[in-house]
Design a protein around this ligand. Sequence first.
Ligand code: HEM
Length: 505
Amino acid sequence: VEGARHDRMVTCEATLLLLLILTLMLMSWGWLAHQARARMQKDLPPGPAPLPLLGNLLQLQSGHLDRVLMELSSRWGPVFTVWLGPRPAVVLSGYAALRDALVLQADAFSGRGSMAVFERFTHGNGIVFSNGPRWRTLRNFALGALKEFGVGTSTIEERILEETACVLDEFQATMGAPFDPRRLLDNAVSNVICTVVFGKRYNYGDPEFLRLLDLFSDNFRIMSSRWGETYNMFPSFMDWIPGPHHRIFKNFQELRLFISEQIQWHRQSRQTGEPRDFIDCFLEQMDKEHQDPESHFQDETLVMTTHNLFFGGTETTSTTLRYGLLIMLKYPEVAAKVQEELDATVGRTRAPSLADRAHLPYTNAVLHEIQRFISVLPLGLPRALIRDVNLRNHFLHKGTFVIPLLVSAHRDPTQFKDPDHFNPTNFLDDQGEFQNNDAFMPFAPGKRMCLGAGLARSEIFLFLTAILQKFSLLPVGSPADIDLTPQCTGLGNVPPAFQLRLVAR
Ligand code: HEM
């Protein structure tokens, strides 16, 4: 009995000792983490004083986050800190700061900062919101696969031209009656990436597909509203508050279901060694790596990567086209000059092709100016530092959350002649030749640069020139009454809804 009691006491003492050691370890780990956070916060660039927990919420909740950040930059300089609720973010404002960071220290700034709305859906999977080796592997793989299916070659140009012809037919069928071009443009643009990713296009009247496109646009809108912004700052709190932000996740779920069904269909119908599209390519890679426990080619990754290409390849491009048409309605003299140049260089019998771009300096300047003026993703997507850096006399720690304020480069008076207005001469020299500008960065520069930039630019050129070649654009009402102010601005700049009339030229 005595021996058993002694054993129990020894076990008890050992357990206590272990608990003590564990507690001490946890405490010192917590203390070290706290010290690291404190050091990081001490070194943060200056910025407006934050309130406890709320951060700079009161300054930032104006519904025009991009404008507020640019105003703060005129007070705090090109590199400053704002607190998004309890989280600090370093803002890069103006062309020079963006270049010094994203171009000159491209590798250090190549991490992705997390956004709560996307984190809850992606869990850091896919290309857009992953980091480290997973990101690098998926990005390289996607670039290779897109190329294999024609992106960057004449194959995709032909596909865009086919789709352009289809959408022009739909426009023709409106017979000059007023209509909202949103759904048709969404459908046409999406069909281009759908051919690459799913191996097929969807008819313009297809109700199932139109529903998906509406989900994209609903999500882009909510994420660009105060609801989306506030969710990103206080996700746990907002989970309990009723509001439209809950729809984001329901919409994502529905999109996920559609993508999963597509993947299932591909699994059943594919022939090994004969990939038809991106999904087949990914499935082949999964087969190749199925014995590797470290492989990045997993079911969930395929869903997220497909979603990235599908969403990324649709919403920003079609928003740009829609905004472009609205701008052409507001400035009919600019549209007329583009049409004049198209008539003189391409004529009216054949569709404009990418080879014409070099011979259409005014048109090229107008298309650049549309992208500059609207800054469709005004804050880009957040970055995160993958190592410590020095930037313009600020020491920034690894892990710092960074907002690249792309719109600030587009509105930089040291880079553009007339930054605050829509003015194609921002991209023309004195001889009327097209003049590029490094401060033009709608796709963000550096290692995280938009993966679909080339595709998007081809689509913007081919769709808009084809529409202007074939139709006169007429507003409903007077051009002077058209308000170009975005309807929502946050993640994206969404143009106000509008109708137009198209009359064959
Ligand atoms: C006008 C159209 C578009 C604009 C303005 C745009 C803009 C952007 C921007 C600003 C980023 C963030 C880059 C960064 O963090 O540095 C991005 C990332 C991305 N975009 Fe686009 N994009 C457009 C079209 C497309 C298209 C057509 C695709 C589809 C192929 C696409 C796929 C992606 C992907 C996959 C990323 C993530 C890249 C990464 O994290 O490595 N985008 N885009």
